[in-house]
Design a protein around this ligand. Sequence first.
Ligand code: GPV
Length: 809
Amino acid sequence: MTYVTSPHSGDTPGDFGRDLLSNLYYQRGTTLESASAQDTYHSLALTVRNRLVDRYIRTAAAHYRANPRFIYYLSAEYMLGKQLDQNLLYSGTEDSAHRALEGLGLSSSDLDALDVEPGLGNGGLGRLAACLLDAMASQDIPAVGYGIRYDFGIFKQAFQDGGQVERPDDWTFYGNPWEFHASDDQQTVGFYGHVEPLDGVRKSWVPGEVVLGEPSHMLVPGYGTSTVNIIRLWRARAARESFDLSRFGAGQYGEAVEEIVRSENISKVLYPDDSTELGRELRLKQQHFLVTCALRDIVRRFRLRNSDWDDFAGKVVIQLNDTHPVMAIAELMRMLVDEEGLEWDRAWSITRRVFAYTCHTLLPEALETWPVALVQRLLPRHMEIIFLINHLFLQEVAARYPGDDAKLRELSIIQEGGEQRVRMAHLAVVGSSAVNGVAELHSRLLAATTLRGFAELWPGRFHNVTNGVSPRRFVRLANPRLSGLISERLGGQAWLTDLDRLVELEPAADDSAFRERWREIKRLNREDLARHALAATGVAIDPDALCDVMIKRFHEYKRQLLRVLHVVAQYHRIRRDQVVDVVPRTIVFGGKAAPGYYAAKRIMRLANTVADLVNEDPVVSPYLKMVFLPDYNVSRAQLIIPAADLSEQISLAGKEASGTSNMKLALNGALTIGTLDGANVEIRDRVGADNFFLFGLDTTEVAAVRERGYDPRAYYDRDAELREVLDTVAHYDKDIVDDLLHRDEYLTLADYRAYVDCQDQVARAWRDREGWTRTSILNTARSGFFSSDRTVRDYCRDIWHVTPLRIDG
Ligand code: GPV
C-alpha cells in the first residue's frame, strides 16, 4: 500500500490561495474575475476538503494494515451541521484560509453563508449521532457511520400568521462539494416476493422487487489527530434497465419512469416525525434499505482481511441508534443462515455478539412496532426469521418462568391481542449483547419500567451511557470568543480534547477581572444574536437583557406551553407595574414540530401570538421581549447557544430521556432552570445544587399525583394568577385551556406555581451580576463530563471493548 505524505503540511496563505485559484480554474473552469458565488464557494470547499484527503487515505491504509475491531454506527438520522467551518478548523487551515480569502478580496462570511448544512435528522437523536462520530474520530476509534442520503432533509420552517409552514430542504440543489460518490460500489436490496425451501432451516428468498443502493461518503475528521473516518450514506437507484423506452415511445411519459420513481422514492425524504412512531410502509422500506446496504458493506470490508465467520464478532461491533435500524438483526441472520449456510445456533451466537442497542426514549408512543402482516408482505423471509427468533427466545423465558403465560406475553417480540405487531425494541434487546439508555435516570427507568422484564432476565446486558456533545462544534466553533478566553486562561487548547480540564477555570470564578471579560463576551454574543433576530423576525432585542433560551423540538412533554404561561404571567405583572421580581428578559424560542403534530403546532402558534402581544405593548416590551427564531437547526444553535444566560429544561420528570441542549447551554455558561429529568439530574449533581434552578415534581411525585387522581382544575381554582393567565390564553386559544383544565397529560398546571416562583428566584439572582457571572463560570468549569469524548470512552469501555488506533503523522 502506498500513499502520499501530506502535500499540505506547512500550508501558507499563499499555498492556500494558489490551490483555491487552481480549483476555480480546473474544477469549475473559470477565474476569479468571472466566477459566480457558487464557483468560489465550491472551489473553497474543495481546497479545504483536499487538506483532509491525505489524512483519510493514511487512516484507511493504517486500518487495512492493522485489521482492527471496527465500530459500525447505524442510524437513520445524522445532523452533521455545516462542513466548511468544521473542516477549516479540523484541517488546521482556518488562519491561512482567512488570510488567503482576504488577499483575494473574498468575504469568508459570504462564503460560509453558501455552505448548506446536511439536515439528515430531526433533533437530538440525529445530532447525537454526529457528536459521537466526531468523538470517535477525535479519539482514533476505527469507525464508519452508515445512514441514508435523503434527497430532502428536515423541512425548512417558516411562520405564516404565527403557524408553522414547512418548505422542502433540497440541500444538494447546487451540488455537495463534501461528498465522494462511489457509484460502482452499489448493493442490491430486495423487497416483497416469496420464500422457497432449501435444506432444513435454510431458505431462499426470491424478492419481487429489487432496488440498488448507491453509496457516497463524507469525511469525518478527528480534531487534533490524524484520523479521518467516514460516514457512508446510501441513495436508492433503479436498476439500469428500468426506463421503459417502449412506453416512452407510445407517449406514456409518466408510466415510462414509473419504476425509477418508485425505487428512488425510498431515499427521497427524511420522515420529519420525532420521538413518535409512524408506521408507514415507505419508512419500513427505508429501514430495510439502510440495514441491507450497511450489512453488505460491513461484510465486504470484513472480507478484505478476514475469511472465518468465527472472527466476525471479534472484528465487528454494530451499534443500533434506537430501533430504526433493528431489522439488521433479522437481515444478518438471513445472510448467515440462508446465504452463507451457517447453522442457526452459530449464526445466532455471532449475531447476538455483534449488535448493541441504544434506546433513546421512555415514551410508549415512540416505541416502534410494525404490523406482522406488513412485514410478511414486504420482507417475508425476515418475518419467518423473527418468528423463529421469538419461538426460541420464548422457550428460554418459559424455562425460567415455568407456567407464567403473562411473562411470555409481556416479553414476546410479537404483540398479540388485536392485530399482531413486531415490537422492534424487544427484537433489539433479544438480538443484542448490550442495551443502553442515554442518561442515568433514563437507564434506571428503562430497567425499572419499559424493559423491566428483560432487565430481570439479563441484568448484565443493561448499561447506562450518558450522552455528551462535541466541544469542538458547540464551544470552539459556536463560541470562538469564549474559547479564546478559556484557552488563554488554561494556557492552550488541550481542553478541547480533554474537557475535564475545564475545572481549572474554577479559581477564575473568583477573579473579578476574569468575570468582567466573561460578561463582556456574553454581551458581544447577545449582540450577534440580536442582529440575527432583527433580520429574521424584525424584533429588536436589548443585548443587555437576560437571554432566556428554550431550543428543542416542539413536543407536549417538553412543555413549551409552561414557558409560554410564565411569559403571560410576566406580561400581566408588568402591566400592573408589579415589577419587583422582573428583570429585562429576552425569551428566545427555537424548534420545529412534526408536520402532523397538531397539538404541538397549536402551542407554537400560541407562542407566536404571545410574542406579538408582548413585543407590541409599549409598557411591557422594555422589560420583556420574545423572539421565536424560525428554522432552528445546527447553524442556528451555534448562534443562539453562546448568547444564552438561562437554559430552559422543563420537561415533565420521567419523559425526557436525556436532552442535549441542556449540556450545550451549560458548557457555554448558561444557568439551568429545570426539572429532575434526563441528564438535568447529572448536570445539577456536577455544577452543584446552588448553581442550578430546580423546580417541579420528581418522578416519584409524578406517580403519586397520578395515583391520587390528577385534577388540573384544582390548581386553576386555587391560584388567582394562574387563573388570569389561563383566561388570557383562552382568549386566543380556548382548546389549549380546555385541555389543560380537563386532561393536562404532562402536569403543566401541577408544576406551574413552582416554575413561576423559581423564575422569580432567577430574576433575583440576575440582579447580582457578579454572583451570576461566578455561577456562569462554574457551570462551564464543571460541565466537562458532558463531552461526547467521555461518552465514547464509556461506550468503548463498557460496550464496544475497543481501543484507539493512532494514525502516524
Ligand atoms: I426515540 N430522541 C430524538 O431526538 N428522536 C427520537 O426519535 C427519539 C429520541 C432524543 C430524546 O428525546 C432526547 O431526550 C435525547 O437527548 C436524544 O434523543 C439523544 O439521545
